[in-house]
Ligand binder design. Structure first.
Ligand code: PMP
Length: 287
């Protein structure tokens, strides 16, 4: 496997960062998870724009242009002979001294990994997955805005540990107001009386690229949609629930904290959107 690291393609075993990199020392950096379907980067602009916005939030200047990173991604795909892949692109603060001051890190490190990802077993897309509501709440936007996709995922990892210990597949995280924010690596949707509902940006969420695509597809399918705060009660009482994410795509949730949702099967709206998403990823407009 070839990894793109600071402008060069290197073998996986040589793709290394310094222990003095502030990405390693402090989780100081930003990243994107991106899918490639049929040789095309899915939602290229949305991902690259979000990477640069995330970097702005942490005041990190990326030493490449957006186009250079897109070109580098295609170059890495070619080097690995991949036309379907999961791409991890990251920019760290770079090598510095011990101590937090980012100004002591003159050169950010940038890398692009082209690999695969399978978060959930294929049969779970039929049966839906069990999730829990985590006790760990999502970081407040006033602390570290979840809209920035930073390398600091400990908040989510703590919730993920709760979910693994409970034998569930994902954990829904609430915000400081007790409303549903998002899952550890996915956005959350519910369906109630035929309406699709998802938490708004103000709930303190990552504005998922998959979320945006699913919202667009819902509009095209004539499904009523609303971005609205809701409490865990609404989650338990939902007719359907599903999650969206680059790795997971669209996946039904059929159990929440041991309660069965929608008869324990992926519901009709979820199925419609799953099918529409699978179709959409192969269209030229998906790029
Ligand atoms: N929320 C969080 C916390 C995430 O890490 C992710 C991405 N894995 C998402 C939502 C989904 O975002 P996207 O659809 O852009 O992958």
């Amino acid at each position: 496997m070839k990894v793109w690291l600071n402008g060069r393609l290197v073998e996986k075993r040589s793709a290394k960062l310094s222990v003095f990199d502030h990405g390693t020392l402090y989780g100081d950096g930003v990243f994107e998870g991106i899918r490639v379907y049929g040789g095309k980067i899915f939602q290229t602009k949305a991902h690259i724009d979000r990477l640069f916005r995330s970097a702005e939030v942490i005041r990190l200047a990326i030493p490449y242009t957006k186009q250079q990173l897109i070109d580098a991604t295609y170059r890495t795909l070619r080097a690995n002979r991949r036309s379907d892949a999961y791409v991890r692109m990251a920019v760290t603060r770079g090598e510095g001294t011990l101590g937090l001051n980012p100004n002591k890190c003159p050169k950010p490190s940038v890398f692009i990994i082209v690999d695969s990802i399978e978060l959930y077993p294929p049969e779970m897309y039929e049966t839906g997955m069990p999730v829990i509501v985590a006790k760990t709440i999502r970081t407040s936007p006033r602390s570290l805005n979840p809209a920035a996709k930073t390398l600091n995922y400990l908040n989510n990892i703590l919730a993920k540990i709760e979910c693994v210990n409970a034998g569930a597949s994902e954990a829904v995280m609430l915000n400081e107001h007790g409303n549903v924010a998002e899952a550890t690596g996915d956005n959350v949707f519910i369906v109630k009386d035929g309406r699709l509902i998802t938490p708004p940006a103000s709930a303190g969420i990552l504005m998922g690229v998959t979320r945006a695509v699913v919202m667009k597809l819902a509009g095209r399918l004539g499904i009523a949609m609303e971005e609205k705060d809701f409490a865990p009660d609404a989650l338990y009482a939902a007719d359907e629930c599903f999650m969206t994410g680059t790795a997971a795509e669209v996946i039904a949730v059929t159990r929440i904290d041991g309660r069965t949702i929608g008869g324990g099967q992926a519901g009709p709206v979820t199925r419609k959107l799953m099918a529409a998403f699978r179709e959409f990823i192969r269209l030229p407009e998906a790029e």
